[in-house]
Design a protein around this ligand. Structure first.
Ligand SMILES: Nc1ncnc2c1ncn2[C@@H]1O[C@H](COP(=O)(O)OP(=O)(O)OP(=O)(O)O)[C@@H](O)[C@H]1O
Length: 368
């Protein structure tokens, strides 16, 4: 996405993204056992070389199998996880420079603009406080001049907005008196009280009954447009990611072993995936594979997921990819525009008809 150079336009405003990640890396050192104390620690490349923009009113659903780095990338996007490489900016301001006291926008302001709701909302709601008091906290912080009765009115109105009726009754309860879905609604209400620019919904519907998932996604999307908020929706389930991205007129981002391998509009990415790994995800999602008459065998050479401490060279998917050729072992493919659809990008050499991939030999063996 383009950025406008103010000096060249003469405008004060610039169309920089709300959040921009440039070549972000998050590498974790694995905990060592006592016997390994003198060895170099193993490093997990949870996120590696990811560049991504989040715009205002954006909807991005991140999908991929367990351990591919979705949560880490989400947390890095909202300034909860410091990257070990690359930069993350909020409205053009480096988030971590702000944290270190070097920035025009204070770190606290950035953090309150970027909220999270977790898979288990119960763990983030204080069990000893009533819902009214839990929701009063953010208002006291952001609007200290607002009196108790106005605060109560605002909280009741918001509880009603997130579907908790009668609001006065719910406001009086403790978290343990709520169902999982109701706790998630309170968590959403609390995030919205900060008037956030972005909410990271980290597997926020995964623990809910299947019947409630669509209801919760619809609620988040309704509030997204009411509150002018962007959503980063993390899910291991492609059909949920598709629902959220399609109904929110947004994008899906597919991750594999720390890399973002395909990003695009939901319909395009699922209807005509450009990356062989996206095709695997589609195959593994029953209601999607049935729709497209998918084969009964997975479209992969190998099922095993490589060790994230020692990921494959070149394209990380090459060890399992049915389309892999020798060229895929050498260089990491970068995200490039794929086809005609706006915003559809893929990191796969097959998308470039002139790439040396086409002249190299296919990988067929088990050990490639
Ligand atoms: N704090 C940490 N310290 C060490 N390793 C970590 C840490 N957090 C995540 N990891 C590792 O980084 C990799 C990516 O983890 P992450 O939780 O981001 O993946 P995910 O795609 O969200 O998976 P899941 O759906 O299982 O949560 C995993 O190998 C994980 O074990």
């Amino acid at each position: 996405m383009s950025r406008v150079d103010e000096s060249s336009t003469g405008f004060d405003q610039h169309d920089e993204p709300l959040i921009s990640l440039e070549n972000v890396e998050v590498h974790f050192e694995k905990e060592q056992g006592l016997s390994d104390l003198f060895e170099e620690p193993d490093v997990v490349k949870a996120v590696d070389g990811v560049s991504l923009d989040i715009e205002e009113n954006d909807v991005l659903a991140l999908v991929g199998e367990s351990g591919c780095g979705k949560t880490t990338l989400g947390k890095t996007t909202i300034g909860l996880q410091r990257p070990t490489g690359g930069t993350v900016t909020y409205k053009g301001q480096d988030i971590w420079a702000a944290k270190d006291g070097n920035g025009e926008i204070p770190f606290d302001e950035i953090r309150s603009s970027l909220q999270i709701i977790h898979q288990d909302p119960g763990s983030s709601l204080n069990p000893n406080r009533r819902i009214l008091n839990i929701l009063a906290e953010p208002i006291k912080l952001t609007h200290p001049a607002v009196g108790a009765s106005e605060r109560r009115e605002r909280i009741h109105a918001l509880l009603e907005r997130v579907g908790m009726n009668p609001a006065a009754d719910f406001a009086d309860r403790y978290p343990h008196q709520l169902s999982g879905g109701e706790k998630q609604r309170v968590a959403l209400a609390r995030a919205l009280l900060m008037n956030p620019d972005v909410i990271l919904a980290d597997e926020a519907i995964s623990a809910l009954d299947v019947s409630l998932r669509v209801e919760m996604m619809d609620l988040m999307l309704d509030l997204q447009s009411d509150f002018d908020t962007s959503f980063v929706f993390v899910s291991h389930d492609l059909s949920n990611a598709r629902y959220f991205a399609e109904h929110g007129d947004g994008r899906i981002g597919v991750m594999y072993l720390g890399n973002l391998v395909e990003v695009g509009p939901a319909e395009q990415l699922i209807g005509d995936p450009s990356h062989p790994y996206t095709n695997v995800l589609r195959w593994a999602t029953p209601n999607l594979s049935r729709q497209s008459g998918e084969a009964s065998e997975p479209p992969m050479r190998k099922i095993d997921i490589p060790d994230p401490v020692n990921p494959p060279s070149g394209c990380r998917f090459h060890t399992r990819c049915p389309e892999a050729r020798e060229a895929c072992q050498e260089v990491v493919p970068q995200l490039q525009q794929s086809g005609e659809a706006a915003g559809h990008r893929v990191a796969c050499f097959r998308d470039d008809p002139n790439h040396s991939y086409w002249d190299s030999d296919p990988l067929t063996g088990e050990d490639d």
